[in-house]
Design a protein around this ligand. Structure first.
Ligand SMILES: O=C(O)CCC(=O)C(=O)O
Length: 275
């Protein structure tokens, strides 16, 4: 699909919304995929931004290990305000929502990194459980290069049993117990560069190693309706960055729009570190 609008980060459209079938699928299965956002020109800009931001990090910092790009970089923050992306999110969580996370999940050819099966809500101190994750494909992502996989319908099973697995090739220490994975219900979220998937924070997901000669990278953006509150005792630097609508609940500290082009160095950082 060719999508047109002369905004930064390429060509996108305000016109496409989730269809009723996609909304139903999200409720029933905990995900939707192959939602178009960027045309070929936009994808080139997106890939250039990926190269620029990845190159900004000191050599000893792994791109996938840092979050908070939406606090550190104005360009990244603007990418997360793309109206097509926000329209899709609004169709799931309603008109008033904020962003709290922005991260790359990158696997270079044969780097061995794996994302273990997990449910996000299992370790996120956010109540009620309503976060939608946007996973934006910077490059084509498929079986060959370690695309994300989900277990269809797992978001309806409540919080499943996890254990800690500190193995160095794992991008996360939280791992769902093997007997929680229904292998018949696994779906690979193959995406073309410039497309997004959405998943529910209760959906089991993970990804295998990239054994291809192609880079696999996705940008995750975490969005919550304004009635979701973070437990600051667990995540003290949490801040809500309004993405759309108004916040009448005022349950969380609010983060300022970044005015700089900096980079995060850890998973969690406060906006005051980027001034
Ligand atoms: O990119 C991946 O393989 C996993 C991403 C992930 O864990 C997430 O979006 O929460």
């Amino acid at each position: 699909m060719n999508i047109i609008s002369p905004v930064k980060f390429g060509l996108s459209s305000d016109k496409r919304r989730l269809t009723d079938a996609e909304k139903e699928q999200y409720k029933r299965d905990g995900y939707v995929k192959n939602l178009p956002v960027f045309s070929a020109e936009g994808v080139s800009e997106l890939q250039a931004l990926f190269q620029e931001l990845a190159a900004r990090l000191p050599a000893d910092i792994d791109l996938s290990s840092v979050n908070m790009w939406h606090k550190a970089s104005l360009k990244f923050n603007e990418l997360c305000r793309n109206s097509t992306i926000l329209n899709y999110v609004e169709d799931i969580i309603g008109p008033n929502f904020y962003q709290w996370g922005g991260q790359f999940f990158t696997k270079y050819p044969n780097d061995g990194s794996v994302v273990p099966w997990h449910q996000d809500a299992q370790y996120w101190p956010l109540k009620p459980q309503r976060t939608v994750t946007v996973w934006l494909a910077v490059f084509d992502s498929d079986e060959g290069n370690g695309a994300m996989k989900i277990v269809k319908g797992s978001h309806k099973k409540g919080i499943l049993s996890h254990h800690t697995n500190p193995a160095p090739h794992l991008a996360l220490e939280q791992e769902a117990d093997a007997d929680t994975i229904d292998h018949d219900k696994i779906v690979t979220l193959s995406l073309k560069a410039g497309e997004i998937s959405l998943h529910d924070d209760g959906t089991l997901h993970g990804s295998d190693a990239n054994t291809s000669d192609r880079v696999r990278s996705g940008i995750t953006m975490r969005f919550c309706p304004t009635n979701v509150k973070c437990d600051l005792d667990v995540w003290p630097t949490f801040e809500a960055y309004m993405a759309r609508g108004v916040d009448t609940h005022n349950l969380n500290p609010v983060g300022p729009r970044p005015s700089n082009e900096l980079y995060p160095v850890r998973k969690f950082q406060h906006s005051s570190e980027f001034i």
